[in-house]
Design a protein. Structure first.
Length: 150
């Protein structure tokens, strides 16, 4: 097994010729960091030359997950990791603290919070959350199918 990171679990060994791309960044948990997260994500996905649909969906998902970490936790920093392997892009955002029960998907229009996760749910093929371990916060992740553009 190949080692994983703090955000993405360990992966199986890669076969020869398999391309795995990984990028991680940390930002202060301040509202202005959401724009920084979008900018860093956009720049990296431009480098990776992903298709436009994946590119735009990933930027929106990063924005929503970082916003949630900033607004709903008392974190000092937020860590984001992008990982592309086997035609899939995985986005993981870790905060330093969480409310019991983790993020909640709210389906009613009257809720003040939680609608961003409806977007994440609609745009990703799967998403979820888990404790980061050692009381170090929560990781919220989402996956997208990704193709390289020509």
């Amino acid at each position: 097994m190949a080692p994983g990171s703090a955000l993405i679990p360990r992966l199986m060994d890669l076969s020869p010729g398999t391309e795995a791309l990984r990028y991680c960044f940390a930002l202060p948990a301040h509202p202005e960091s959401v724009a920084g997260a979008r900018r860093l994500t956009r720049a990296r996905l431009d480098e990776w030359r992903l298709d436009e649909d994946t590119h735009e969906a990933a930027i929106l998902i990063v924005s929503e997950l970082v916003t949630n970490a900033v607004v709903h936790t008392e974190s000092a920093r937020v860590v984001c990791e992008l990982h592309r392997l086997h035609g899939r892009l995985r986005i993981a955002v870790q905060d330093q603290g969480h409310q019991p029960g983790g993020p909640q998907l709210c389906r009613t229009a009257d809720d003040e919070h939680g609608r961003g996760l409806l977007l994440v749910d609609a745009m990703s093929s799967s998403w979820g959350s888990r404790d980061a371990g050692n009381g170090s916060g929560r990781i919220v992740w989402a996956e997208l199918r990704s193709e390289r553009s020509c």
